[in-house]
Design a protein around this ligand. Structure first.
Ligand code: ADP
Ligand code: MG
Length: 712
């Protein structure tokens, strides 16, 4: 990690930022094990919270519980017999162990835990917790929690914190180092201020105990109540920092200078702009699009730069809203940059927007990595000479030689595909001011969540689809049904429609592409023989991609076999079937995106998710898609299943990582924390008072570590 070895690293402000490698007794091997858990510093270590506790305050003797029924009990013993059988159907496997604790034996049973076959065997010492039932054959326990207990490991009489682990790093080792780190930190005066970002008044209002207490109590609680109290405080603290971070960025934005849009603020200019927006696209804007355009317009006429997130389900028509913003910028005499995550998407935007905007006098250029050197150089010089009003491109827009004459608007499509730094780099292309920024995302999340997660952005939501859309009919099928599925595809193609088949490739690795290429060949010769089949993947040249997209959009290609490059943004209205192979390997949000490639025209469309029968839980997850077309509902269900822990874009957004807090479950706490933050920032926006010094320090430290993390 760059942060540990960087020669320019300043003296650490406190013990908290000390890298583990500089902690006495931590071996390089241990450093790299902890790194796998995202734990790089002493501060990270004490914030590596347990996700549950094994309640070992009462370990029962088997003999004393063997005759009870329906009681929860904890038992520690040695496995005398062990068997593991695979089952047909949803549960998949059953493991049985006879456990002996010296006082008696019981039979412990687990369902659906295939890994137990490797973890447990005769002679293993285990802790098991679960419900006991007495049968004629003796005592049985259906196990809810278990843990292998090392010989000599003292377990009795406490609540044992259970941590996220990695192979080679057992729970007791994690626990020991955390305990040591806590001691260290408590002895370090510089850490004390940094540990508690909450101003005294906030602590008092919420009757919180101090930060040290909370940290000690979460790692080594005397009771579950104590653990819950500690969690409450720490969750509040996480949300508080999240909100404070956002408030700070907002304040920075509000103080920044916006590009001059004054020429558009007269009533006359606005009226003529409004009329032009109406004729910009070949369709009538939806009410939601109109509302979002109005929100953008209001922002862009202000003296401080816009920083807005446009959120809308797949196909809700975000591009048209973005086009209106481009029109406004150009009327005000400024250039716009429109950055998309893939060349394919950039080319599509260029092809669709170019002519439309051209009719309004806006000159558009394309800038992607794959252009010929000469074309690229020419485009770059035209941008600099202000001969281009809108540049549509990829990361290629960020290269140093791209300079704008007057960048007034930066649009970032599919923002979750970009990092914070890339967005900042694009904005930095405007010389003397901060351009208006519009970020767009089709990974919809509920409004309250979005406000928490993207608290530094203003939010516009397209909550309405263009008229005439028919919901995509979605089915979950097995690989055995492939023949039928492909016959259906042929049928649709016979009726003039087009189809996508997405292959297992979840990334654009060599291997994944290889498999897509192979599958394409197989399908071309087999199921789709005689049809016009093409292949699309990320490693093709710009020219090839461009050509493929044109043939697809023009209706020539009947079946497109693709990796997930089609996931983002591709818009072909005549496509009516989306088949996703190995659908269980994709996240729900990603599948919803893939599904969004069809159902864009007036024809009935179909999405067929192919997943093998073996993955029962997975199929259940996929059924959510079959049950709704509403991206917000899909997202909500997805969060419920996975927790908000790895919400798309959270990390990239550069916000504090929520380690303990769950945005869904703890949302009311976020709202309380946000209220406190708003009061603090309204009174002391620069955090200059002594009461807010700790908060300022914590935010500074966080920003430093966030930027280190991004660059390392
Ligand atoms: P997304 O929000 O997913 O980026 P797009 O901007 O690609 O959606 O729009 C999806 C499709 O809907 C495009 O073909 C676009 O031309 C069409 N569209 C957008 N707005 C309207 C509208 N108001 N009426 C009819 N069609 C629309
Ligand atoms: Mg789009």
């Amino acid at each position: 990690m760059a942060r540990a070895t960087s020669p320019t690293r300043k003296v650490p402000p406190s013990r908290l930022s000390t890298p583990l490698s500089e902690v006495g007794g931590v071996t390089p091997a241990l450093v790299s094990l902890f790194a796998r858990l995202g734990v790089l510093t002493v501060g990270d270590l004490i914030r590596h919270y347990p996700y549950r506790y094994d309640d070992l305050r009462e370990i029962s003797q088997i003999s004393s519980v063997a005759n009870s029924t329906s009681t929860e009990a904890n038992v520690i013993g040695i496995i005398r017999q062990f068997s593991h059988v695979r089952l047909r159907g949803r549960v998949k496997s059953k493991s049985t162990a006879v456990i002996d604790d010296g006082s008696g034996q019981l039979q412990a049973i687990w369902f659906g835990r295939p890994y137990l076959a490797r973890q447990l065997s005769v002679g293993t010492r285990v802790f098991v917790r679960g419900r006991i039932e007495t049968t004629l054959a003796g005592a049985k326990m259906s196990v809810s929690q278990h843990r292998v207990v090392a010989v000599g490991e003292e377990l009795i009489g406490e609540l044992v914190p259970v941590y996220a682990l990695t192979a080679g790093l057992p729970n007791r080792v994690v626990r020991r180092w955390i305990a040591r780190a806590l001691k260290d930190v408590e002895a370090d005066n510089a850490s004390i201020g940094e540990l508690d970002p909450l101003p005294a008044s906030v602590n008092a209002r919420h009757s919180f105990r101090d930060a040290h207490w909370a940290l000690r109590a979460i790692h080594a609680p005397a009771s579950l109540e104590e653990a819950a109290l500690a969690r409450e405080r720490l969750v509040f603290e996480e949300f508080f920092l999240l909100a404070a971070h956002a408030a700070r960025r907002r304040a920075a934005y509000a103080g920044a200078r916006a590009p001059d849009f004054a020429s558009m603020s007269s009533a006359k200019a606005r009226a003529s702009f409004a009329a032009d927006v109406e004729s910009l696209m070949p369709f009538r804007l939806t009410a939601a699009q109109r509302r979002c355009v109005a929100e953008l317009t209001a922002d862009m006429l202000r003296a401080s730069p816009m920083n807005r997130l446009l959120q809308g389900d797949v196909g809700s028509g975000k591009t048209a809203v973005a086009a209106a913003a481009v029109l406004l910028a150009s009327r005000a005499g400024h250039q716009s940059a429109f950055m998309a995550p893939t060349e394919i998407l950039a080319m599509q935007h260029f092809q669709k927007l170019g002519p439309r905007l051209g009719a309004s006098g806006i000159k558009t250029a394309l800038l992607v990595g794959g252009l010929r050197a000469r074309t690229k150089a020419e485009t770059i010089s035209r941008i600099k000479a202000n001969e281009v009003d809108l540049v549509v491109g990829t990361h290629a827009l960020l290269t140093d030689d791209v300079e704008f004459s007057s960048l007034g608007l930066a649009i970032i499509d599919e923002q979750h595909r970009f990092g914070v730094l890339q967005r900042a780099e694009l904005r930095a292309k405007a010389g003397g001011w901060t351009p208006h920024t519009l970020v767009m995302t089709a990974t919809p999340i509920p409004r309250t969540l979005a406000q928490a997660l993207y608290a530094d952005l203003d939010l516009s939501v397209l909550d309405e689809l263009p008229p005439g859309r028919r919901p995509v009919k979605t089915f979950v099928r097995t690989p055995e049904q492939k023949e039928k599925i492909f016959a259906f595809v042929r049928e649709q193609v016979g009726e003039g429609r087009q189809a996508y088949v997405v292959c297992a490739a979840i990334d654009e690795s060599e291997h994944a592409i290889h498999s897509a290429v192979e599958q394409a060949e197989e399908l071309r010769r087999g199921a789709f023989a005689g049809l016009r089949v093409a292949l699309l993947h990320g490693k093709m040249t710009t020219r090839q991609k461009d050509e493929t997209m044109r043939l697809l959009a023009g209706g020539f290609i009947q079946v497109l076999i693709a990796t997930t490059v089609v996931e983002v943004g591709i818009d072909v209205q005549n496509a009516s079937v989306m088949v996703v192979l190995d659908a269980d390997r994709f996240g729900l949000a990603q599948l919803h995106q893939l599904r969004g490639r069809v159902g864009r025209g007036a024809e009935a469309s179909y999405c067929i998710l192919v997943a093998s029968e073996r993955s029962g839980e997975e199929r259940e997850r996929l059924q959510i898609l079959a049950s709704t077309n509403d991206g917000f509902k899909v997202a909500e269900a997805d969060f419920r299943l996975r927790g908000s822990g790895d919400l798309a874009g959270t990390r990239q957004h550069g916000q504090s990582e929520l380690r303990l807090a769950d945005l869904i479950r703890d949302l009311p706490v976020f709202e309380q924390a946000k209220k406190e933050v708003d009061v603090i920032f309204s009174r002391d926006p620069g955090l200059k008072t002594a009461a807010n010094a700790a908060l300022k320090r914590a935010l500074d430290a966080r920003e430093r570590s966030a930027s280190l993390r991004i660059t390392s």
